[in-house]
Design a protein around this ligand. Sequence first.
Ligand code: CO
Length: 474
Amino acid sequence: MNPKTESGSRKVQITETILRDAQQSLMATRLPYADYEDILSTMDKAGYYSIECWGGATFDSCLRYLNEDPWERLRNLRKNLPNTRLQMLLRGQNLLGYKHYHDDVVEKFIELSIKNGIDVIRIFDALNDFRNIETALASVKKYARERTVASGCISYTQSPVHTVQKYIEMCRELKKMGFDTICLKDMAGTMTPYEAEYLIKGIKDAIGDMTLILHTHSTTGMAYMTLTKAIESGIDVIDCATSCFSGGTSQPATETMYYALTQFGIETGLDEGIINKVNDFFKPVKQKYVDNGQINAKSLATDSQALVYKVPGGMLSNMIANLTDMHAMDKFDAALAEIPKVREDMGYPPLVTPLSQMVGNQAVTNVLVGERYKNISKEIKNYIKGEYGIPPAPIAQELIDKVLGENKPVDCRDEDKKRTGEDFAAAKEALGDLCQSEEDVMSYICYPDQTLKFLKYRREQAERESVYTIEPMD
Ligand code: CO
């Protein structure tokens, strides 16, 4: 809402992403809580709009790789960041995974997220089918506390049907649904400066003083120019990462944007000394992961290929890996040319996980088999049946005929709406006495195998500690 500061100047605020998207993009979300606990009380004084620190892949990574309870991590973050909005990313009806959950599961997940300390819940759907974010929104409103913010998020992509007008309509819809703020999520970093200008001016005209946020990635090198145009066009909040964890597949740098904005006469509310201290703290942390190979040079570099081929960088490297495995790299150019065709046939889905992999794999299959859609993957069949939601444009008739035949597409909401409690009952039964809380049940529903493994580890740890701990005698 471009709040005017006391001196009358404009304000653009910054969300710090080091604890979620920056480490997810640069080091596959392997940053343990212990690595940053000591800087949290300092970060709490920085003056960020929010700290993105939970959701996305952090939940899975805690259980799968780090032997951490994601809920305990959240409670610790809350305790050490009492004055800062804690932010998470949520994939609507998919929560933090890729399948649709029942509405009662979605509601419970949000209740527990808020109870354990989350303030800002940024909610998106891969297809921008807003029916898939309705339950999440209603749950946030139901359990909202004083600082709770429901942020409606749009997956940004480029296609003949993704016009400025279409994005403006989406924003009007999010506002009407009752979201508190709106975020444009450019996951591939392909939004160009002038696209940002037309989009943001148009959206701001349409949504009035509602807070508008831009999330982009430095992947293609566009981000600083795009942010500059976004700022000129009226953006309210931008996502950045402390500079040693910025650039490449991560976000643009917090301090750099702070200095640029200050020179524009725009206030950020940030404390210069503190944000530099935060970066100093993370420098050796980053070096540790560069040295052990978890952060590689490729993720830190600029890769403009996404602008040439109009597909995200991760999707290209995935395709190259698959073709190399099959000794078929000679088909790379043909597979690349096939992507736009497959995407058009599928109704121009945004190329975000898991759709980017699905489109990429189908393009490779079409080229390798030598006949279009002779083999169709199970995931794409489900997509065509309607299980993911409604695509931005109609699916090609050829594909509908092949997959659906005489059957009608399904409404993904029919199954989602069931509130039988069966997921909770099944989880409690599977966990038995390993289960100590509602949060354990929720972890199991989201990631059963990883949670079982983690809860067994937790019990072994507790038993070991009870053996070695000497009780005080006084
Ligand atoms: Co991102």
